[in-house]
Design a protein around this ligand. Structure first.
Ligand SMILES: CC(C)(COP(=O)(O)OP(=O)(O)OC[C@H]1O[C@@H](n2cnc3c(N)ncnc32)[C@H](O)[C@@H]1OP(=O)(O)O)[C@@H](O)C(=O)NCCC(=O)NCCS
Length: 245
């Protein structure tokens, strides 16, 4: 009886995953169910995961890992059988995606290629991100540790996120920082990520000033020619906003 209800649930989840691909990939709008089932690695990966997760839940040894490993070889998407994934899940393009053992993913979540939901070390227990409903995670983004990404958040391509993300927030960059909260730019001094203090440059600048002063005094005392004082240039590149992708 339990087996039948598990089968019914897996079948329902798969139907939803196929329609998620159609809804969220503009290239799939005109594709039929058979085409999506045959050609979308993200759909193959979630199909394999739905089954490996069900086997893991009933305590079957080895088979869940074998299935998820076979799926990784074929799709380039590695999802641990123990990871919890909600309904309407979609991985676009696929390759290079890693979803760790204790990751929890809500409903209607979209991942692009190269996304990692990983741990930060060798700790055991809950060590992978929790991603709430309706979150989109851009290509190459790395979300590390037992952080929570609030519902409706967007994570920009190639971001590295190691802190919780509030709901309905857009986070970009490395380190990941909010550029939109509830659709508006964040305000206040703590959100000025472009002008972070640089204590090493400040210390070097202080030393250079003192050396310049000593050189001036030595030149005055000895009557020799003054040298150009040393310059300490900031390491941060100037010009375009570094958060502008
Ligand atoms: C972050 C993202 C979701 C955009 O969200 P949005 O709410 O539309 O935000 P905006 O485009 O208005 O960008 C907000 C700010 O973040 C910057 N930004 C956007 N994406 C960025 C990124 N990936 N990295 C760094 N900065 C980024 C923008 O330049 C803008 O900066 P500004 O406020 O100084 O002008 C989107 O840019 C993104 O990265 N999507 C992932 C898409 C993807 O992976 N596609 C793969 C297809 S194969």
């Amino acid at each position: 009886m339990r087996g039948l209800s598990t089968l019914a649930r897996v079948a329902r989840e798969l139907r939803e995953d196929v329609s998620a691909a159609r809804d969220r990939d503009p290239a799939a709008r005109a594709a039929g169910t058979a085409e999506i089932l045959l050609t979308y690695p993200g759909v193959h990966a979630i199909l394999a995961h739905r089954i490996s997760h069900a086997l893991h839940e009933v305590g079957m040894p080895i088979a869940p890992r074998l299935l998820s490993n076979a799926s990784r070889i074929v799709t380039g998407i590695e999802i641990h059988p123990a990871a919890h994934i909600g309904r309407d899940f979609f991985v676009d393009h696929g390759s290079g995606v890693v979803v760790g053992e204790t990751a929890e993913i809500g409903d209607r979540v979209t991942l692009f290629q190269g996304v990692t939901l990983g741990g930060t070390g060798f700790a055991t227990g809950k060590r992978h991100p929790t991603v709430e409903d309706n979150v989109t995670i851009g290509s190459g983004a790395k979300l590390l540790g037992p952080i929570t990404v609030g519902h409706g958040a967007k994570i920009g391509a190639n971001s590295v996120v190691i802190h919780d993300v509030p709901p309905n927030t857009t986070v970009v960059g490395n380190p990941g920082h909010p550029v939109r909260i509830e659709g508006r730019r964040p305000e206040g001094p703590d959100t000025d990520w472009l002008h972070l203090p640089d204590p090493v440059a400040d210390a070097l600048r202080g030393l250079a000033d003192r050396i310049g002063e000593l050189e001036r005094q030595v030149a005055d005392l000895t009557g020799t020619e003054r040298k150009e004082p040393a310059q300490v240039r900031p390491l941060r590149s100037r010009g375009q906003n570094p958060a502008s992708g």
